[in-house]
Every structure is written in C-alpha cells, then in structure tokens.
Design a protein around this ligand. Structure first.
Ligand SMILES: Cc1cc2nc3c(=O)[nH]c(=O)nc-3n(C[C@H](O)[C@H](O)[C@H](O)COP(=O)(O)OP(=O)(O)OC[C@H]3O[C@@H](n4cnc5c(N)ncnc54)[C@H](O)[C@@H]3O)c2cc1C
Length: 442
C-alpha cells in the first residue's frame, strides 16, 4: 500500500532511529520546539539501552529493563513503527515500510539520520548461516535460552562427542561486547551448575583492543581465572552447525558461535551518494550534512569530526551518540530560529566493562580500576545514563546478589527470527517498492 503524506502546516522534523542519538535528539526537540511536529521512525516502540544487553543474555536483567518506552518518555513525538527504506534529499521525503509491510512517504522540513549500525559480517564460510548476532533484545534472549537448552540437551545425551559440542560456546570478537558476553555466559553456566567451556577468540593481540591497554590485562586475567579460554591473534576460517575452524588450524566442536566482531554503519546512507568516512555519513562539527543544511546525522551512522582529537572522527560509542543526539536537537532547533547552534565537542570520559559477578574493569576519567571499585563505578554509570527503569534495574541487581539466578528457558525467540544472513548490505532502489528487511536493533 502506498500513501503520500503532504501538507504539514507546522514544520516537521523527522528523526530516523530512536537509539541513543535519535532518542536524545527528540528529548531536546520536545523541550525546545513545543510547536513543531516531531516524528520518529523506528522499528520498535522503545529506545534500546544496548550496553546492558550482555546482562540480559546472562540472565541478570529482565529484557524489559533495557527498553525505554517512547510513549511515556517522548510524549510529544509521533512514533511511526517501521523502517526508513529510502531517503529523498531533493523531494524531502523518506519512504517508510511499517511493521505490517505497508509503505508510505513522509515529508520533512528537517531530517535527522540516527539509524546507528548493523552487525558486521565477514566473508567467512558458514558465518551468516550458523553464527548468532548480538545486538538486539531478540538476539540476547535467544542466546540465553539457546545456552540453557544446550546444557539440558547435553545432560540427556549418552554420546560424549555431542555432549562436548553442546557444552562448548565460542564468542568471536573480544571488544567490550564479546568480552562482556563471555563473562556473563560463563557466569550463567556456572549458576546452572554445569561444566561448560567458553572460548573467546580475537585476531588482535589483546582483549578489549579498542580500549586502554590498562583495561586489557586485568580483564583477560579475570576471564582466565574464571575458566574462559582466551585465544588471541586468531580468527575464524569456517563455521558449521557443529564446529568452528580457527585460523591456527584447530577445530572446536560447538553448536554455538556468538558473532561480536563489531558493527558497520547502517547501510541506509550508501544510496545517498554523499561523502562517507568508513561508511559513516560525513557531517561538519554542527552535525549538518555538508551541502544539505536541513539534514543532520548523529551517532554510529555519522562521521563527526572529533574536535577533541583533531583529524579523527568520533568513535562509535553510546557516550558520543547520546551527546551528539542532544547537539543535533539544539542545532535543528537553531535552524528553525530557536536558540543558537553549537559545535559538537566531547572528550571521552573513559569506559566501563562489566565482567559479571563482583568483577568489572573501568577507567573513569582515565583512572584504571578493577574489582569492586570498578563494579560500583560501572553500575553507577549505567544507572545515571539510563533514561528510565533505574529502580527496576537496581532491584534486579540486588536480587541477583542475594538469590540464585533463575535458569529456565522459554524458547520464545525462533532461531530463524534472528538470522545474520540479512544483517548486512545497503537498501537497493527496488526496496523503495518491496520493503527492506535488514537486521535492526530493537
Ligand atoms: C552489545 C553491545 C554493547 C555495547 N556496550 C557499550 C558500552 O558499554 N558503552 C558504549 O559507549 N557503547 C556501547 N556499545 C555501542 C553503543 O551501543 C552504540 O555506539 C550506540 O548504541 C549508538 O547509538 P546510535 O543512536 O547511533 O544507534 P543505535 O543505538 O543502534 O540506534 C539506532 C536505532 O535506529 C533504528 N534503525 C536502524 N535502521 C533504521 C531504519 N532504516 N529506519 C528506522 N529506524 C532504523 C534501530 O532499530 C535503532 O533503534 C555497545 C554496543 C553493543 C552492540
């Protein structure tokens, strides 16, 4: 079905994506532009607090805790549930395919592109078919249930080879996502009182390769003390349904490969034909797309000059996306005559990595911490950064300290619902008509 939506009397701001950048942009716009029509296009009716997904996979947090509802947190914004499949910069429209497959065009006076990133696939045989991504609530819940199911099925088999496959879990990528997932996974299987082998693989020569070296050593020691096998300078050459072959020639029998090698910017920007850096849409320091003063971009999808590190672009982190969202909101408002625009500048405040149990590593203001001090900083940071659900998250954490974790699985997420096969690739012109089924967080 096609409908064309024209004739907006008030100016209309359309924000594509309500992740960290889009959500905080809209919050700013709701305060600054009370008379402007605000529209958010996003496949889900919540903002996903992605950094706590490993705790959902580990079973510490209920999945609803990491979902920030748009309806109550952005009361002035009209949320359109769907994916933008095409952006027309000349006609000033976006094409939206809603969650029921209907297509329509939305006009805009200001456009903010904040559609984040998608899981990065590498051309390795079997990855798209057999590995599992880790970027959405569905993927986290699936992974948790899958791990518990494997443990139960391992208990039922008489065949030691099958048992080995079912109780071995491989996490590929030792950035903060993979490192936290391996730590949480090990804790989950420990709480299920079953022997399991967790292997963390990375082609870099240290875990957390993109963070300060002062975090890598302690994080690796904590993981290894817990029993996680860390294989560095190693990648994956093939994945099948029952094993993974590594580049050092070894083969690991497993039915679980979690794919955490990183992300690439949302491919929606590719067909725009505008200048990009590493696939991210170039902006100036005001988050405006050069040559298009009414188009803004922020977060993982945008290549924003890093004024704190001249010559570089800002890294893909929630810390930057959230702040860029706010600045994009201020600058959209300024472009409509409200307030003055400001350049984006933020100096990294450090990073926090939760390693399950009582362990974490963190470098707040670049002071390296580990153990309980790091854990307190890590949890305090998340509680402050979360736009809602703080009390519920705190209760879940306290309950996890005082009681045994519930190790049951519901199997509500089907395996084919989280396929990595369509995670990559830009929309094509025909997607304007047929719809675009990419893997989106939410
Ligand atoms: C498991 C995990 C853990 C992480 N932990 C940390 C951490 O501890 N600290 C940190 O700083 N960073 C962390 N990150 C990175 C951080 O989550 C991202 O940098 C941040 O989410 C980027 O924000 P964003 O708004 O650009 O994109 P996102 O938060 O990804 O939001 C993009 C939104 O756009 C929607 N969308 C995508 N395409 C379309 C479309 N075509 N139409 C409409 N909507 C669309 C998506 O569904 C999503 O809701 C982590 C990432 C992962 C995957």
């Amino acid at each position: 079905m096609t409908s064309t939506d024209t004739g907006a009397r008030q100016p209309r701001v359309v924000v594509v994506g309500t992740g960290f950048a889009g959500f905080h942009c809209l919050r700013t716009l709701e305060r600054r532009l009370p008379d402007t029509e605000l529209v958010a296009v996003n496949p889900a009716d919540f903002m996903l607090y992605v950094p706590l997904l490993p705790e959902v996979a580990g079973g510490t947090l209920d999945p609803r805790r990491v979902a920030v509802p748009l309806r109550t947190k952005l009361p002035r914004t009209r949320a359109v549930l769907g994916n933008v499949t095409w952006i027309d910069l000349v006609g000033r429209t976006v094409t939206v395919v809603d969650v029921e497959g209907h297509r329509r065009d939305l006009t805009w006076d200001r456009l903010v592109i904040a559609s984040g990133s998608v899981t990065r696939l590498l051309a390795i045989p079997g990855v798209a078919e057999h590995a599992k991504g880790f970027k959405s609530i569905a993927e986290s819940v699936y992974l948790r249930d899958h791990v518990l199911r494997q443990l139960e099925l391992a208990d039922q088999t008489e065949d030691p080879a099958v048992r080995r496959e079912r109780t071995t879990f491989v996490v590929v990528g030792a950035g903060y996502t993979g490192t936290e997932l391996a730590a949480q996974g090990m804790e989950l299987t420990r709480q299920a009182k079953q022997d399991a082998r967790w292997i963390l693989v990375d082609m870099a020569d240290r875990v957390l390769p993109n963070l300060s070296e002062r975090l890598s050593g302690p994080a690796q020691r904590i993981l290894e003390k817990r029993g996680v096998e860390v294989r560095l300078n190693t990648s994956v050459s093939e994945v099948t349904g029952t094993r993974v072959r590594l580049t050092d020639g070894s083969e690991v029998p497993t039915r679980t490969v979690a794919w955490c090698v990183g992300v690439r910017p949302d491919p929606i920007v590719e067909p725009l034909g505008l200048p990009t850096t590493k696939g991210r849409l170039n902006t100036d320091e005001f988050l405006t797309v050069p040559g298009h003063p009414h188009v803004f971009a922020a977060g993982d999808v945008a290549a924003v000059p890093d004024l704190a590190r001249p010559g570089e672009i800002t890294p893909m982190t929630a810390q930057h996306a959230q702040r860029q969202g706010r600045v994009a909101g201020i600058n959209v408002a300024a472009s409509l005559g409200v307030g003055r625009r400001k350049p984006y500048k933020h100096r990294d405040l450090g990073f926090v990595v939760d390693l399950a149990g009582a362990q974490a590593v963190a470098d707040p203001l670049h002071v390296p911490l580990r153990g309980w001090p790091a854990k307190i900083v890590t949890r305090g940071y998340h509680l402050l950064a979360m736009p809602t659900n703080r009390l519920r998250v705190a209760f879940d954490w306290i309950a996890d300290l005082l009681t045994r974790r519930q190790v049951v699985h519901f199997g509500l997420v089907p395996e084919d619902g989280i396929s990595l096969a369509d995670a990559d690739g830009p929309p094509r012109p025909q997607d304007r008509v047929d719809g675009f089924a990419g893997s989106r967080s939410g």
